[in-house]
Design a protein around this ligand. Structure first.
Ligand SMILES: Nc1ncnc2c1ncn2[C@@H]1O[C@H](COP(=O)(O)OP(=O)(O)O)[C@@H](O)[C@H]1O
Ligand SMILES: [Mg+2]
Length: 310
């Protein structure tokens, strides 16, 4: 389902939390809303779901205005971080819940639960109670339940941010797989840039109730529209180049062991990579490179080197 948002504003009391947001989400697209805590991501997601009163602007789904359409009738489903499962009930009962409300025949409910459990890699867990499941398993059940409602738009509000990194990546990959298999339009709220870069067709980077840039991961990373966007995705060097100042990421700086106009001031080991702080005639410059590469180069703190932009 395609979504079109036009100059949407939302206020809580006298505070404007969304400021004339406009964006389009294509049918079948995977979009992330990325940004610091408090920038309005959840508010935008809830507005799309119809859970909030909006102040002005429009939301259309498949070309239809949503003004007076209640949340249940929008074809959207939203998964929150707290999951909102019934802990005393089995996984099967939780997943079947949206179906039982719709009075789907029992046999069909059973089949659907089985199919969905398989999709989220929990085959055979029908009768396991939620409170006897691990955090990752509960996430999977919540995802399966959201799919049982056969949504046309899946809205995910940081559902994985409580998990450890490995599990979070696994869940992200699972969501991506479900998205591909079901061709479901998906909007993921996250403050994790890696998650957004890895899984999205497009990223909307938000700040203080506005969208700073809405682009593919490659575009937003390589061609940020301003410093704020550039710096959200990691440290930047600003280097004078004649009349202009250019922004260069640390990974695009190469050290030249034969040079001598810079000093290696610090080397920070980060595992696969190292971060090197250089004192240069243009000021401080950060370089990131593979740690093995640096070992081979044999460059150490205090040495004189040069650098170039790659
Ligand atoms: N129901 C509410 N009443 C008043 N203020 C709210 C409410 N919900 C969110 N806010 C405020 O709106 C801003 C944006 O919140 P939110 O959309 O939840 O941000 P995010 O999801 O990006 O962290 C925050 O300053 C938050 O405190
Ligand atoms: Mg939020």
């Amino acid at each position: 389902m395609g979504v079109r948002i036009g100059e949407l504003s939302v206020s809580f009391g006298r505070t404007r939390v969304l400021k004339e947001i406009s964006m389009e989400i294509g049918d079948g697209e995977f979009v992330s809303l990325l940004g610091a805590s408090g920038c309005g991501k959840s508010t935008l997601l809830k507005s799309i779901a119809g859970l909030l009163e909006t102040e002005s602007g429009s939301i259309e789904m498949n070309g239809k205005a949503m003004d007076n359409i209640s949340p249940e009738k929008r074809g959207t489903v939203i998964v929150f971080q707290d999951l909102r499962l019934f802990p005393h009930m089995t996984a099967g009962k939780n997943i079947a819940f949206p179906l039982s409300i719709k009075k789907v025949p029992k046999e069909r409910q059973k089949e659907t639960v089985k199919r969905l459990l398989k999709q989220v890699q929990l085959s055979g867990y029908e009768n396991r109670r939620i409170r006897e499941m691990s955090g990752g398993q509960m996430q999977r059940v919540a995802l399966a339940r959201s799919l049982a409602a056969e949504p046309r738009l899946l809205l995910l509000d940081e559902p994985f941010s409580g998990l450890d990194m490995r599990l979070r990546m696994e869940m992200g990959e699972l969501v991506r797989k479900l998205h591909r298999e079901n061709g479901l339009t998906t909007v993921l709220v996250t403050h994790d840039k890696q998650e957004a870069l890895k899984f999205s067709d497009r990223i909307a980077l938000m700040s203080k109730g506005r969208i700073l840039q809405y682009d593919t991961p490659q575009e937003i990373f390589r061609h940020p529209v301003n410093r704020e966007v550039a710096e959200y995705f990691g440290r930047m060097n600003y280097i004078r180049d004649g009349e202009r100042e250019i922004g260069v990421r640390p990974f695009d700086i190469r050290i030249l062991p034969s040079g001598n106009d810079c000093t290696v001031e610090e080397i920070v080991f980060m595992g696969e990579t190292v971060e090197i702080r250089l004192g240069t005639p243009q000021g401080m410059v950060y370089c990131v490179m593979m740690s093995k590469e640096l070992d081979e180069m044999g460059v150490e703190v205090g040495e004189r080197v040069g650098f170039r932009v790659f």
